[in-house]
Design a protein around this ligand. Structure first.
Ligand code: NAP
Length: 344
């Protein structure tokens, strides 16, 4: 079955990654590309200023970009991937859902809304059934599914692998790539020869989204996990790939061997964009590194290494490609899950 899809915010950093991964895709075919009023009416080639490092897909390049409104998207589009700035997403995504479209979105608006599934398929696929509650409450024919923030996606699968260790506290410090701020997000004068120890709103996202993702769906609502997370977020001059230092504290002592075995054995899913091995464990103390490891599993793997005992438990480093696993690939995977679970 081929599903007709569209990309909202198709010209941006994440939108381009979505287009790159959708062409070709065995289940999805692009039929609509939207952006701001200033791009509407242009060809995708002219509007996008393609920057992914792979050639622009030729059959998509000549499509006309439309404005971002339900009336500008064909009715026969079944699924929309949204990579809009969150203020724009907050305004237009509900209108698309009301008009009957299913939206798999990257934007941060409504991630923590009680009736919006926040999903990483390998971690909490069962949360997708919250859509029944959403449809009852909002009266939508369409639906809204979110993936978390790129830094949250990087470390939460490693915590999910340790779910039976009864984690009490997690500390995480991030070293985030500039692409995470979008193409116009950080100027070269701000970031070259520098590190910025603040990313507005980011720490709160890691601290709250992780508890929702690791929570359980009881048929009516998501009961958040009790783990306490403290985050510190830093921007550094890498292009792609968020590296994170993680310290875990559990009720009972845990060994490094126990932790690495659980991460190695943590299963992936048989979805097209899910990697064969979700978490790659390195023995080397100086891995993973953004330049060397962000492309693993076509950018969809999580890499971990640098395991060390700490006075509180175990510490390690983890890494994921922020615009692929942390954004475009995450939305795409949620789209594949929606199809697999019969929501399209
Ligand atoms: P971006 O590069 O700035 O792209 C924004 C996109 O939205 C462009 O296509 C832009 O179109 C469009 N847009 C802007 N204003 C609009 C408006 N008023 N109406 C309709 N379309 C509008 O941003 P990005 O980095 O791709 O991020 C997109 C979203 O994903 C954000 O919510 C971000 O927080 C989230 N996210 C990003 C990352 C990452 O690693 N970059 C990771 C996770 C989540 P024009 O080209 O016409 O301006």
């Amino acid at each position: 079955m081929t599903v007709t899809v569209g990309v909202l915010g198709a010209t941006g950093a994440v939108g381009q990654r979505l287009v790159e991964h959708l062409d070709p895709h065995p289940q999805f075919e692009i039929a609509a590309l939207t952006a701001s009023e200033s791009s509407a009416g242009s060809t995708y080639r002219a509007a996008a200023k393609w920057r992914t490092g792979t050639p622009i897909p030729e059959d998509v390049a000549e499509m006309t970009v439309t404005r971002t409104a339900p009336s500008a998207v064909p009715d026969d589009v079944d699924l929309l991937f949204s990579s809009l700035p969150s203020a724009v997403g907050a305004e237009v995504e509900p209108a698309f859902c009301e008009a009957g479209y299913v939206v798999s979105s990257n934007s941060s608006n409504e991630r923590m809304a009680p009736d919006v599934p926040l999903v990483v398929p390998e971690v909490n696929a069962e949360h997708l059934d919250l859509l029944e509650v959403q449809r009852d409450e909002r009266g939508w024919d369409g639906a809204l599914v979110k993936n978390p923030n790129c830094s949250t996606i990087t470390f939460v699968p490693t915590l999910a692998a340790l779910s039976d260790l009864d984690l009490e506290r997690v500390h995480v410090a991030t070293l985030q790539a500039v692409s995470g701020a979008g193409y116009d997000g950080v100027t070269s004068m701000e970031i070259l020869d520098n590190a910025v120890p603040h990313i507005g709103g980011e720490e709160e996202k890691l601290e709250t989204e992780s508890r929702k993702l690791l929570g359980t769906f009881d048929g009516a609502e998501i009961v958040e996990d009790s783990v306490e997370v403290a985050a510190s977020c830093n921007r550094i001059p890498t292009l792609d790939g968020h590296l994170e230092n993680v310290w875990i504290e559990s009720a009972e002592p845990v060994s490094i061997e126990e932790v690495t075995t659980k991460m190695t054995e943590y299963p992936s899913l048989p979805l097209h964009s899910s990697p064969d091995q979700l978490i790659t464990v390195f023995d080397e103390p100086d891995r993973p590194q953004p330049r060397l490891d962000r492309g693993r599993g076509d950018g969809m793997s999580i890499s971990v290494g640098g395991f060390k005992e700490s006075p509180f438990g175990v510490q390690y480093n983890c890494l994921a490609h922020n615009t692929i696993r942390g954004a475009a690939g995450a939305s795409l995977l949620n789209g594949e899950l929606l199809l697999d679970r019969g929501y399209l």
